[in-house]
Write a protein that binds this ligand. Structure first.
Ligand code: BV8
Ligand code: ZN
Length: 252
């Protein structure tokens, strides 16, 4: 990552009225949560269809709960990293003109202090009852491989958007609006291969004229790179704090 690109990204941010951020598993990597598509990725040893699809849950709910209980156990022992806290600082600066859409289900953005967080793929912290449909925040304590609803004894599933499932309508509508309206979109730690989340990137560029400036923050170029105006390549836990530090004090 070169200093002139960092300075250019900071200039675009300083001039932005509205800022949107899209994060993926990479922003939590330095906290100790494995990403999905790296060699040691989460999907290792598990076919996606078996553990992150409605069909997989129908076929073997205990296997799926084992997979999610393992991720809950991992999320229970990690803490936000400087990248999460830098995004909190951006929200402090732009207030309600800042939106953070995350594909992550680990809850670390909220734990770090982010407020306006759109969890487009759900959350490890929540369960959904298949009988009474109650969605409940159940923290990250172990849930066993056949947890039941405390209200109606129905079977519980993770409140996670699986492959082949649509995203929560209200959350997705808010993410679309934020991407379409923003002046700068930061794309942080995502391979940008999963849709429709990845479509927020071209939407930010094309929804209005002039389109948003897109800044990619990643270890390597990705599917997002072709839409990016600038790529800041390095660990997000280092790049984001540098970017925030360059912004200086907000002009009153
Ligand atoms: C839907 C919950 C239909 C599970 C997840 C063909 C083409 C296009 C689309 C499709 C297609 N075939 C099927 C589809 C649709 C499918 C899809 O996109 N598939 C992909 C794989 C091709 N999408 C769906 O099924 C979606 N639903 O389409 O429904 C529909 C429509 C209308 C009505 C009804 C139905 C649902 C998608 C949601 C799936 N659920 N998560 C769980 O988490 O357990 S997706 C899963 O992938 C995670 O949420 C994850 O966040 C997401 C994206 O992955 P990333 O976050 O990007 O993670 P990854 O490992 O890939 O990359 C990490 C990046 O970080 C890397 O670039 C790495 O370099 C970088 N990095 C690492 N360390 C650092 C770093 N960067 C900075 N600093 C570091 N330190
Ligand atoms: Zn219930």
């Amino acid at each position: 990552m070169n200093d002139s690109d960092l300075a250019q990204a900071a200039d675009w941010l300083r001039a932005a009225q509205r800022v949107c951020v899209l994060t993926g598993a990479g922003v939590s990597a330095e906290s100790g949560i494995p990403t999905f598509r790296a060699a040691d990725g989460l999907w290792e040893g598990h076919r996606i269809e078996d553990v992150a699809s409605p069909g997989g849950f129908e076929r073997d709910p205990a296997l799926v709960w084992d997979f999610y209980n393992a991720r809950r156990a991992n999320a229970r022992v990690v803490t936000p990293n400087p990248g999460h806290y830098a995004l909190v600082a951006l929200e402090d600066r732009w207030g309600d003109r800042f939106t953070l859409a995350t594909q992550n289900v680990d809850g670390l953005h909220r734990i770090a202090g982010s407020r306006n967080v759109l969890e487009v793929h759900g959350s490890l912290h929540r369960t959904q009852c298949l009988r009474c449909c109650k969605v409940a925040d159940r923290g990250l304590e172990p849930l066993g491989d056949a947890p039941e609803c405390p209200l109606c004894d129905g079977r519980l599933r993770p409140d996670i958007v699986w492959f082949g499932e649509s995203l929560p309508e209200d959350i997705w509508a808010a993410a679309l609006h934020a991407a379409a309206e923003c002046d700068v979109l930061l794309v942080v730690g995502t391979s940008a291969v999963v849709h429709p989340a990845a479509s927020l990137i071209p939407i930010a560029k094309r929804a209005k004229t002039p389109g948003a400036k897109v800044v990619e923050i990643n270890l390597t170029p990705t599917e997002a790179s072709r839409h990016a105006d600038i790529g800041l390549y390095g660990p997000s836990g280092q790049v984001l704090p540098k970017l925030v530090a360059l912004l200086g004090e907000p002009v009153a």
